[in-house]
Design a protein around this ligand. Structure first.
Ligand code: PMP
Length: 459
C-alpha cells in the first residue's frame, strides 16, 4: 500500500477501483460500500465495530457461520501439503477423491460420478454441456432444449443466465438463448387461481408442462432444471404435490431432471437435500455454497448412470471429454469441503436445523398480521416475507416506492443484514443460529417493518 492509499479510507479506495456485482454502479459512487472486516458466529462486523446478524448467511452459503477454526486449519494444512493440483488427463489428489466419495455416499438417489467445479454457475453450465454431449452420444443431437422456470436462478454464465428466469439477468445482455423453454413459476400465493388448492394448482402446472413439451416436440426436449425451493426468485416453496406430478411428466417424455441444490443442499430445508424434502428423483444434482460453508469456492455436479454412461462412451469414441476448469476440485477447496461435511455429520446439523426451524417459521408467520405483509413462507431455515400494498387483492406496491429495499435498509440500521428480491425479503441465516438469536433477529426486522410502515402512511 503506498502512502497515498494509506490516507484514504477503504470505502474511498473501493469506489475508485472495484466494479461491483449486482450493484447500481452509478449509485455506488454516491453511497459507497459497507466495509465488513470480520465475523464471529452468525454475526459480521463493519470497520466501525458495529455488529450485524447475517440474515442471509452471506449469499446463502456460510452455514457454519464465521470463525470456524477447523475449516481454517483444513485449508492451511492442505495449502502446506499440496496447494494446487488438478484432475485433468488422469491426475488426481486425495481431497478431491475423498470429497467425491463422501458426496456419492450422501446422495439421496443413486449417483454414479461427481464433477468438481468452482461455482454454482460452473456446475450448472457443466450440467448443460453434459446434456448436449449425451444427446450426441445417444444419436439424438436435437434433444438439447432445456426447460427452466420463471424466476429461476441457475447462474450468470451466458448459458446459465439464459436458464435463470429473472429480467435483470437478461435485460441488456441479449438473453435468453433459443434453446431455453420457460415453464411457470410454482408460486401458489401469486399465480394460483382463486380457490385453486395447492394440489389442483400443481396438477395444472404439470398439465401445462406436458403441453409445452408436446408443442416443442419431446424428441427435442432434454432436461428440466429446478431449485427445490427457488431462492433468488423470492424463496418460493413448491405447492403440495408439485414435484411428483412434474416428475411423472418428465419421465413420460424421457426428460432428465436437474436439481439445483446450490442453496437447498446440506440441510437448509431440514433434510440433507431439498430433493428429499420435496420427493424429487434427480438425474443430476448441482451443489455449492453450503458444500464448503462458503469458506472456499467449490461446487459439485453429481450425475447418475443414465447421464454418465453415454458421456463416458462418447469420450471414449472421440478421445477426450473436452471440458474442465483449472480450479475444478482445487485441493484447498476440496479439503475445506471435506471438513465441512465432517462437521455437519459430527454436530448433527440436521437436528440443529430442525430444532430451531419452527422458531424462524413461526416467527415469520407471526408477521402475517402486519399491515405491510401479504405472505410469509418457508421451510427449514429458509423463509421470506412478501410485502404488498393491499392484502386482500395482493396488489404490489408501486415499484418506485422501493418498499423491499427500504425495509432492508432499516433492518441494517437495526443490525440485521437481509436481502430484498423486489418486495420479498429473504431469510437464510447460518444453520448454526440459536433460537434466541433468531428471536432477536426477527424482533429487529419487526422494528424495521413498523418504521417503513410509519413512513409510507405519513407520506
Ligand atoms: N443456483 C442457485 C440456486 C443459486 O442460488 C446460485 C447463486 N445464488 C447459483 C446457482 C449460482 O452460483 P454462483 O454464484 O456460485 O455461480
Amino acid at each position: 500500500m503506498d502512502s497515498r492509499a494509506r490516507n484514504r479510507t477503504t470505502a474511498e479506495r473501493d469506489v475508485d477501483s472495484v466494479l461491483h456485482p449486482y450493484t447500481n454502479l452509478i449509485r455506488h459512487q454516491e453511497v459507497g460500500p459497507l466495509v465488513i472486516t470480520h465475523g464471529k458466529g452468525v454475526k459480521v462486523f463493519d470497520e466501525a465495530g458495529r455488529d450485524y446478524f447475517e440474515g442471509l448467511a452471506g449469499l446463502w452459503c456460510t452455514s457454519l457461520g464465521w470463525g470456524e477454526e477447523r475449516l481454517v486449519e483444513a485449508a492451511a494444512a492442505q495449502m502446506r501439503k499440496l496447494p494446487f493440483y488438478h484432475l485433468f488427463s488422469h491426475k488426481t489428489h486425495d481431497p478431491a477423491v475423498e470429497l467425491c466419495e463422501r458426496l456419492l455416499a450422501m446422495a439421496p438417489v443413486p449417483m454414479s460420478k461427481v464433477f468438481l467445479a468452482g461455482s454454482g454457475s460452473e456446475a450448472n453450465d457443466t450440467a448443460l454441456k453434459l446434456i448436449r454431449y449425451r444427446a450426441h452420444a445417444l444419436g439424438q443431437p436435437n434433444k438439447i432444449k432445456v426447460i427452466a422456470r420463471d424466476k429461476a436462478y441457475h447462474g450468470v454464465t451466458v448459458a446459465t443466465a439464459a436458464l435463470t428466469g429473472l429480467p435483470n439477468n437478461h435485460r441488456s445482455f441479449g438473453l435468453p438463448v433459443d434453446e431455453v423453454i420457460r415453464a411457470a413459476c410454482p408460486h401458489h400465493y401469486r399465480f394460483a387461481r382463486p380457490d385453486e388448492s395447492e394440489e389442483a394448482y400443481s396438477s395444472r402446472l404439470a398439465t401445462e408442462l406436458e403441453a409445452q413439451i408436446l408443442k416443442e416436440g419431446p424428441d427435442t426436449v432434454a432436461a428440466f432444471f429446478a431449485e427445490p425451493v427457488m431462492g433468488a426468485g423470492g424463496v418460493i416453496v413448491p405447492p403440495a404435490g408439485y414435484f411428483p406430478k412434474i416428475q411423472a411428466v418428465l419421465d413420460k417424455y424421457d426428460v432428465l431432471l436437474v436439481a439445483d441444490e446450490v442453496i437447498c443442499g446440506f440441510g437448509r430445508t431440514g433434510k440433507m437435500f431439498g430433493t428429499e424434502t420435496f420427493g424429487i428423483r434427480p438425474d443430476m444434482m448441482t451443489l455449492a455454497k453450503g458444500l464448503s460453508s462458503g469458506y472456499a469456492p467449490i461446487s459439485a455436479l453429481m450425475v447418475n448412470q443414465r447421464v454418465y454412461g453415454p458421456v463416458a462412451e462418447e469420450s471414449g469414441r472421440i478421445g477426450v471429454f473436452g471440458h474442465g476448469y483449472t480450479y475444478g476440485g482445487h485441493p484447498v477447496s476440496a479439503a475445506v469441503a471435506v471438513e465441512t461435511l465432517k462437521i455437519y455429520a459430527e454436530r448433527d446439523i440436521l437436528a440443529q436445523v430442525n430444532a430451531v426451524a419452527p422458531v424462524l417459521q413461526d416467527g415469520l408467520a407471526a408477521f402475517r398480521g402486519h399491515p405491510l405483509v401479504g405472505e410469509t413462507r418457508g421451510v427449514g431455515l429458509i423463509g421470506a416475507v412478501e410485502l404488498v400494498a393491499d392484502k386482500a387483492s395482493k396488489a404490489p406496491f408501486d415499484a418506485a416506492l422501493g418498499i423491499g429495499a427500504r425495509v432492508v435498509a432499516k433492518a441494517q440500521a437495526h443490525g440485521v443484514i437481509l436481502r430484498a428480491m423486489g418486495d420479498t425479503v429473504a431469510f437464510a441465516p447460518p444453520l448454526i443460529i440459536s433460537a434466541e438469536e433468531i428471536r432477536d433477529l426477527l424482533r429487529r426486522f419487526g422494528q424495521a417493518l413498523d418504521e417503513a410502515h410509519g413512513e409510507i402512511t405519513r407520506a
